[in-house]
Design a protein around this ligand. Structure first.
Ligand code: HPA
Length: 267
């Protein structure tokens, strides 16, 4: 951690971000448009390479609307073969840099039958169905306690801010529970039915590890899913593809970016 922070501080002139953002599939453009310093993950000591198509793999620092922001342009996923500790390491780095509020974004499949592709969903809670937990292993009391409370990861006051910003922009976001599966295979229709019975509204392969670690470290979390497709079996029998996910997030990008700008300003 010392090596990581030393490198970042040197390269960014001791930039002290207050807001963190992790940009999901197809949403990385926001960091191209707001960029004061950019560091590739590959050059930062102890960071890991992002490998998924549509993810750039840079840590970007920018002043946006008078707020100091650090963004992950592309995230690392569990399904790439990295450990839970590895994929959540950047959240701990953000904590050390001074981040207070973290906005987690992703592309997700709709489990809720009333959701449409291109809808934005504000995450109210999650179900960790990845089969593991990023906090397994010795506890570093420097970050948080052994058995951290998870009753309100996605902070109600941040959701309220996001709702107010959306309303001003004429965006009507959905709200719901995000269900995380490990991937990389998409779910089966039976698994999606199970997720719905369990109370899920959207499904994806990310976000939950970072949300758990952020909450554990005392960082407030806001989660926004861009609904990219109907999950398996939801709209009859059509199959899913990563191309479809990227295409739909592309079409939702404009409202997503506007909402992000407004939320940063309001935080
Ligand atoms: N399932 C899991 N992850 C996803 C999906 C999906 O349908 N869409 C985008 N990410």
């Amino acid at each position: 951690m010392e090596d990581t922070l030393k490198y970042i501080n040197e390269k960014t002139n001791n930039f002290k971000p207050e807001i963190g953002i992790i940009l999901g599939s197809g949403l990385g453009e926001f960091a191209d448009e707001n960029c004061d310093y950019a560091l590739f993950y590959t050059e930062i000591p102890n960071f890991i390479k992002s490998t998924v198509h549509g993810h750039k793999g840079r840590l970007v620092f920018a002043n946006i609307n008078g707020k100091r922001v650090v963004m992950m342009q592309g995230r690392n996923h569990f399904y790439e073969g990295h450990s839970m500790a590895e994929i959540t390491y950047p959240v701990k780095v953000m904590k050390k840099l001074g981040v207070k509020n973290l906005i987690l974004t992703n592309a997700a499949g709709a489990v809720n039958e009333s959701f449409k592709p291109s809808d934005l969903m504000i995450i109210t809670d999650h179900i960790n169905f990845m089969g593991t937990n990023p906090l397994i292993g010795p506890n570093d009391a420097d970050f948080g306690e052994r058995f951290p409370d998870m009753s309100e990861i996605y902070k109600k006051d941040l959701i309220k801010v996001a709702d107010e910003c959306a309303e001003k922009l004429g965006i009507k976001p959905q709200h719901g529970v995000y269900f995380a599966s490990s991937g990389p295979s998409y779910e089966t229709p039976a698994e999606i039915k199970m997720a719905r019975i369990m109370g899920a509204d959207a499904v994806g392969m990310s976000t939950v590890p970072e949300a758990i670690v952020a909450n554990y470290c005392g960082i407030n979390v806001l989660g926004i899913s861009c609904i990219s497709n109907a999950a398996a079996g939801v709209k009859g029998g059509q199959s899913l593809s990563h191309e479809e996910v990227i295409e739909t997030t592309n079409s939702a990008k404009a409202s997503f970016k506007a909402l992000l700008q407004a939320i940063i300003y309001a935080f």
